[in-house]
Design a protein around this ligand. Structure first.
Ligand code: TYD
Ligand code: MG
Length: 454
C-alpha cells in the first residue's frame, strides 16, 4: 500500500503528519498543524511528473559589464544612487510631507532629461498647472519632461507602456489606486499593489521608475516594509523643519553602497547641492563653548564633520530628562552608564540634552567618544581645547575602540583647519602631517587628561 502523503505540517516546528491533529507530537504545541498543498507536479499525467525546463547555470565569475548608468549631473543625487540611474530599476524616495521630495524629483527629472533620457513625471498630488508653476519657480520650464496629473494606476501603466520612457517618476505612491484592489488609495493593499505593478513594469519594460512615498509618524512608509523590499533602491529625504539642510540617504541599494548621503540646501529657487557638507554643518559654530564638540564622522564614503551639543542641568523632576536629537537615545543611556560606573561621574539628578547641530542624524558608534566629551564638557562647564575633533567607540568596560577610516576622518578635519584630534589608541597609525593626535586607551584616562579630574 502506498504511504499516505505527509501534508499536515506543524507551523511551529515543521514536523509533518499524514493527518490533522490538535496537538503536534513533535513539539507539543496546540493548533499549529495546517494542511499544506504538496509541491505542484504540473499538468503532467497522474503520477507522472511533468518536466520543467532546465535552468541555465553559471559560475560566479561573471563576464557581464556593470549596469550602464545615466548620471543626472546632480552629483549629490548621482552619488546616492551609486553613480547614476540604472535602467529598469525601481527606486523609492521616502520622506516627511513637505520636506521637498517633489521639488527634488522635479529637479532630477529635468536633469535626467538634459542627460538625454525620456522622462515622464506623473503627479497624483498636484494638478499639472501646479507642477508647471513649480518648474517655473525652479527655472526648469525649458526641460523636456512630459507631465501628467493622474492617479489611476491602469491609465498610468497604459500610457507608460505606449510611451516607453527611460524614466517614469510617480509622485506619490499613496495617491495611486488600482481598480483591482478593493480598498481606498493610501491603504496598505493599494500601496502594495501600486508598488508591485510599477516595479514589474520597470523590470519588464526596461524603464527606470522612481516612486515617492510619504513617511508615516512612526517613520515608515505606509504599507511598511512591503514597498521597501520590492524595490531595488530605497532613499530617504530627511531634514529638520527649521533647517535649510536636506539629506538624501540611501538605506538600501542593490546597485551601489547603502548609507551614502547627498546633502542639499533648500533655497527660494529649489534645492541646491552642497559639495562640502562639513563646512556647512560647522558654519554656525561660534567660539569653543562648554558642551560643544566636533565629531569627525563618515557618512557612506564621505567624511562629514558635525558639531555635537550637550546641555547638562540640575533637574527639577524626580525622573531627570534625557533628550536626544539626531542620535540614538539608548546609546546615550549606555554612555551615561559607562561614565557613571567606569569613571565615577554621576548624572543622577541632572537633565541631559544632546543635539546634533544642523539637523544631521548620526548612527555611527564612532560618535561615542565625542558624545561623552560633549556630556563631560557640559557637566564640568569646561570647553575642549579649540580646533579639536573627537572620535572613537566606547565599550561597556570603558575601553576605547579604534574605528574605521581614521585617516579619512583626520584628513577632513585637517582640511577644515582643525589642529588636534582625540582618538582611541590602536588602529592604523597613518601619517597626518601637522595634526596633533592625542590617543587614549580608555574613557577614564580621557576624563583625567582632558578635564583634569573625575
Ligand atoms: P515639496 O517638494 O512640495 O515637498 P514634498 O513633496 O516632500 O511634500 O516641498 C515643499 C516645501 O519646500 C514647501 O514648504 C516650500 C519649500 N520650497 C522652497 O523653499 N523653495 C522652492 O523653490 C520650492 C519649490 C519649495
Ligand atoms: Mg510632494
Amino acid at each position: 500500500m502506498a504511504k499516505a502523503p505527509l501534508n499536515f505540517i506543524c507551523q511551529s516546528c515543521g514536523a509533518s503528519f499524514s493527518k490533522w491533529s490538535g496537538r503536534c507530537d513533535g513539539c507539543g504545541e496546540w493548533n499549529t498543524i495546517i494542511e499544506e498543498k504538496p509541491l505542484s507536479t504540473g499538468p503532467g499525467k497522474k503520477g507522472i511528473k511533468a518536466r520543467g525546463k532546465g535552468m541555465v547555470l553559471t559560475d560566479l565569475a561573471t563576464k557581464e559589464a556593470p549596469p550602464p548608468r545615466t548620471a543626472s549631473g546632480l552629483e549629490e543625487l548621482d552619488r546616492v544612487l551609486g553613480g547614476g540611474l540604472v535602467p529598469a530599476s525601481a527606486v523609492l524616495v521616502g520622506g516627511d510631507p513637505g520636506i521637498g521630495k517633489s521639488t527634488l524629483l522635479l529637479q532630477a527629472a529635468a536633469s535626467f532629461a538634459r542627460s538625454g533620457l525620456k522622462v515622464i513625471y506623473v503627479s497624483g498630488e498636484e494638478a499639472s498647472a501646479q507642477v508647471r508653476l513649480r518648474a517655473q519657480r525652479l527655472g526648469l520650464e525649458g526641460a523636456s519632461v512630459q507631465l501628467a496629473a493622474e492617479t489611476s494606476l491602469r491609465d498610468i501603466l497604459t500610457t507608460l507602456d505606449e510611451e516607453r520612457p527611460d524614466l517614469a517618476i510617480v509622485d506619490s505612491i499613496q495617491t495611486m489606486w488600482s481598480d483591482t484592489v478593493d480598498s481606498a488609495p493610501g491603504s496598505v493593499s493599494q500601496v502594495r499593489a501600486a508598488a508591485h505593478e510599477l516595479t514589474t513594469f520597470a523590470k519588464s519594460r526596461g524603464s527606470a521608475v522612481i516612486m515617492v512615498g510619504h513617511v508615516t509618524k512612526e517613520g515608515q512608509i505606509a504599507g511598511p516594509r512591503v514597498v521597501e523590499h520590492m524595490v531595488d533602491t530605497v532613499l530617504y529625504f530627511e531634514g529638520e523643519r527649521g533647517h535649510q539642510f536636506r539629506i538624501l540617504r540611501s538605506v538600501k541599494n542593490r546597485f551601489g553602497p547603502a548609507d551614502e548621503i547627498g546633502v542639499f540646501e533648500m533655497t527660494g529657487a529649489g534645492l541646491s547641492e552642497v559639495a562640502n557638507p562639513s563646512a556647512l554643518f560647522l558654519s554656525e559654530r561660534g567660539k569653543p563653548a562648554p558642551g560643544s564638540v566636533v565629531f569627525s564622522g563618515i557618512e557612506g564614503t564621505r567624511p562629514v564633520l558635525v558639531e555635537l551639543q550637550a546641555l547638562v542641568a540640575p533637574s527639577p523632576h524626580s525622573q531627570p530628562r534625557r533628550s536626544v536629537v539626531g542620535w540614538d537615545g539608548s546609546r546615550l543611556a549606555m554612555i551615561l552608564a559607562v561614565l557613571e560606573s567606569r569613571c565615577g561621574i554621576p548624572f543622577a539628578g541632572l537633565d541631559v540634552y544632546l543635539n546634533v547641530a544642523g539637523g544631521m542624524k548620526i548612527s555611527e558608534p564612532a560618535a561615542d567618544l565625542a558624545v561623552a566629551a560633549a556630556l563631560l564638557s557640559a557637566r564640568e562647564d569646561a570647553a575642549l581645547p579649540p580646533e579639536t575633533v573627537v572620535f572613537g567607540e566606547i565599550s561597556l568596560s570603558g575601553a576605547l575602540r579604534p574605528v574605521g577610516q581614521s585617516e579619512n576622518r583626520l584628513k577632513e578635519a585637517q582640511k577644515l583647519g582643525f589642529s588636534t584630534a582625540i582618538l582611541p589608541t590602536g588602529g592604523k597609525a597613518g601619517s597626518t602631517g601637522g595634526m596633533t593626535l592625542t590617543r587614549m586607551g580608555d574613557l577614564a584616562s580621557f576624563v583625567g587628561e582632558v578635564f583634569g579630574a573625575g
